[in-house]
Ligand binder design. Structure first.
Ligand code: UDX
Length: 438
């Protein structure tokens, strides 16, 4: 059992802290935000993430997980320190690492003997060197440490599962000793024979960006294929299915939609694109994925505009789904933001409903008519747009929907509704890249 401190109790820090304590280690999660730590100490989890509440609760009860604002002590007491603070997108597209730098200085000041310092936050390639430099500058004479990069691959909505049952664990470490310590941290996974990759620090940092940017690229690719399908009378679902049957392509992340959102793909694609330019090897493929994604969001607003006869003014639109994907209350970079913006700019009104993300969207649009059910949101509307594929929208009764709308018009940006049923009920509809029912 190791003594571990995780600094930063955001999404990544909390899931990692909970997960590592579940492996049997003694974990302290530290943060400078007092209100956050206070609520965590009172058993309140500040984010919505399936399974996180019970993960935290069972490890707190077992005495393996605790929360503190005393960062200095948390550093002094630990053998391994995880840096899991935010790295928001800076003005030039590069990630802003000032929080990571400030944690590095605190670690240096409190380095009372050998420790492994491990970065989990997604950081620009080369950050490892910077963190080591800052620790060395501020550490006492007896300070001794090894640096490790251990990127996270957590999807919101299934982050707990991704942490406890990962596809792989990447450990970027130049020191064998540090690698062995990290192997001990993740030993339950090792027993389960999860592949653990030992790389150098820059390679580990690169793996994270390369993986996320590739997935973003894959989504943008299938979205462009979908758009072309619409022009040539092909069906993107059949195209994607057959593409995915080729083992070299795989069927995952080939679902067309309104453009990717969230806190990772948009930020990470911008960061790797900016870095590649800075290093003189621009990644044109990633630039293209970013442009395509912006265009896809815009294309959805144009589809809706066409459905309502080219004018949003005085029209009431029901927006079903605000989160950037199901099972999260995160609305960052969600395509529903672009959709709502376009409707409001066009003089329309919005009834919005998300099973859990209404509150989050209020930060972006405080004055929408937020509703507590899809029925209320669709009542008396001129059109409805499905923006997130929540299960409850998959099964909504089209008969009931039609009976409460002013005009039965629907844009299904997630391709979750049956076109045959839409036709049967007399809906005017559109979706992404599918052959319409005749
Ligand atoms: C992502 C990565 O998957 C994860 O490994 C990483 O470390 C953090 O970023 P996340 O942003 O939580 O996770 O969501 P993800 O499930 O990857 O979806 C991202 C976006 O792509 C969503 O807007 C989703 O709707 C969209 N998407 C995904 C598609 O449009 N089509 C697909 O086939 C898959």
């Amino acid at each position: 059992m190791k003594k571990i401190t995780v600094i930063g109790t955001g999404y990544v820090g909390l899931v990692s802290g909970g997960g590592i304590s579940d492996f049997g280690h003694n974990v302290t999660c530290a943060d400078i935000v007092e209100s956050k730590i206070k609520s965590l100490q009172e058993g309140e989890i500040p984010i919505y993430e399936p399974g996180l509440n019970s993960l935290v609760e069972r490890n707190v009860t077992a005495g393996r997980l605790s929360f503190t604002t005393n960062i200095d002590k948390a550093i002094q007491d630990a053998e391994v320190i995880f840096i899991a603070v935010g790295t928001p997108q800076g003005e030039n597209g590069e990630a802003n690492i000032s929080a990571v730098e400030s944690v590095a200085r605190s670690i240096g000041k409190n380095l009372n003997g050998y420790k492994v310092i491990c970065t989990k936050s997604t950081v620009p390639i080369g950050t490892g060197d910077r963190v080591c430099e800052l620790i060395r500058e501020s550490m006492p004479e007896n300070g001794e440490f090894d640096y490790v990069s251990n990127p996270e691959f957590l999807r919101e909505g299934s982050a707990v599962k991704d942490f406890l049952w990962p596809d792989r664990v990447v450990i970027g470490a130049t020191s064998e000793k540090a690698f062995e310590i990290m192997r001990d941290v993740y030993s339950p996974l090792y027993v389960n024979e999860k592949p653990m990759l030992h790389t150098n620090v820059a390679t580990a940092e690169m793996i994270k960006y390369a993986a996320n940017a590739f997935l973003a690229l894959k989504i943008s690719y299938i979205n462009e294929v979908a758009n072309l399908c619409e022009q040539v009378g092909a069906d993107v679902h059949q195209v994607a299915k057959a593409m995915g049957q080729d083992g070299r392509i795989s069927p995952k992340f080939l679902h067309p939609g309104p453009g990717y959102g969230g806190s990772c793909f948009p930020k990470d694609t911008h960061a790797i694109a900016a870095l590649s330019k800075k290093k003189g090897t621009p990644m044109n493929t990633i630039d293209a994925a970013i442009i395509t994604n912006n265009n896809q969001k815009k294309r959805m607003t144009e589809k809706l505009l066409n459905l309502v006869g080219g004018d949003f003014s005085n029209k009431t639109i029901g927006i079903l789904g605000l989160a950037f994907k199901p099972n999260t209350d995160d609305v960052r970079e969600s395509s529903s933001i672009d959709m709502i913006q376009a409707i409001l700019e066009g003089g329309g009104m919005v009834n919005a409903f998300d099973p859990i993300a209404n509150e989050s969207m209020k930060l972006f649009f405080p004055n929408l008519n937020y509703c507590d059910s899809w029925e209320t949101a669709c009542n008396n509307t001129d059109a409805v747009a499905i923006m997130t594929e929540w299960n409850e929208f998959r099964g909504l009764s089209l008969g009931e929907l039609k009976s409460i709308m002013k005009s039965p018009t629907i844009l299904d940006t997630r391709n979750i509704l049956s076109m045959e049923k839409l036709k049967e009920h007399g809906f005017k509809y559109d979706n992404v890249g599918r052959i319409k029912a005749l």
